[in-house]
Design a protein around this ligand. Sequence first.
Ligand code: HEC
Length: 238
Amino acid sequence: MRIAAIALLSISCAYSAEIDGGQIFKTRCSIGYCHGSEGKPGRAPKLRERDFTGAYLNKVITDGIPSSSMPAFKGLLKPAEITAVVNYVLALSGKAPVQQTEAVEPAITANFDKGKVLFFDAANENNCGVCHAIDGAGTAMGPDLRKRKRTRSELIASIENPPQSRLTKITLKNGDTIQGIPTGDARIFDTEGLPPVLRNIKKEEIAKTEMIHGQVMPKTRYSKDQLNEIVSYILQAR
Ligand code: HEC
């Protein structure tokens, strides 16, 4: 009983802080070329009369949508503020408010957020996410950059001087060649042009398969500061 009462108390504290989600929406979301006021359509999709769930809104507002102009607000808004905006948007469609979820990630820093934007840089068609996947976004053609547990300086060194890759070169019976990185399920990322294209090749079309070396990852044109931010995103650090 007592535990329940305490839990209830802490939930209501998180809410009754009187954060005005509508006000935050007005200043952060329905500006410029983004969402229309009160959820009406703008450049970005309308948000009223929609069937969003609180969990979905929370995720999209917190993490943004990679490769779109919807930014991540974590680090910019406090978790309770994000919840207030979620509840404002839910209310636009006549839906009941949610409680602040525990799932909101702990203090993520500005560098992490900037790095994430660069990683999926919409202005760069060969952005990192075109070849590397992180947090379920991007394409897992290149190595998983978090799994390998590299240090900050090792990461920066390989971004500045991309390693040579071991590539597979396939010669087809009709004389065409394809080189790239196989997926392991009979498909291959063709890396002769960028961004890489995933191709299906039938076994019976193949005349010869050999291993070669080649440069797949492009040299970066990011500044030192930007490299640091990208690496902060990879390392989930400052
Ligand atoms: C066109 C595809 C492509 C793009 C774009 C790309 N990479 Fe890579 N990257 C690769 C491949 C393939 C490798 C693996 C090389 C090898 O075979 O060892 C790699 C390797 C790396 C490595 C070394 C991994 C290790 O642990 O040895 C790092 C770090 C890395 N990439 C970071 C990045 C970052 C950051 C970006 C964006 C600025 C980026 N890459 C863009 C394809 C790409």
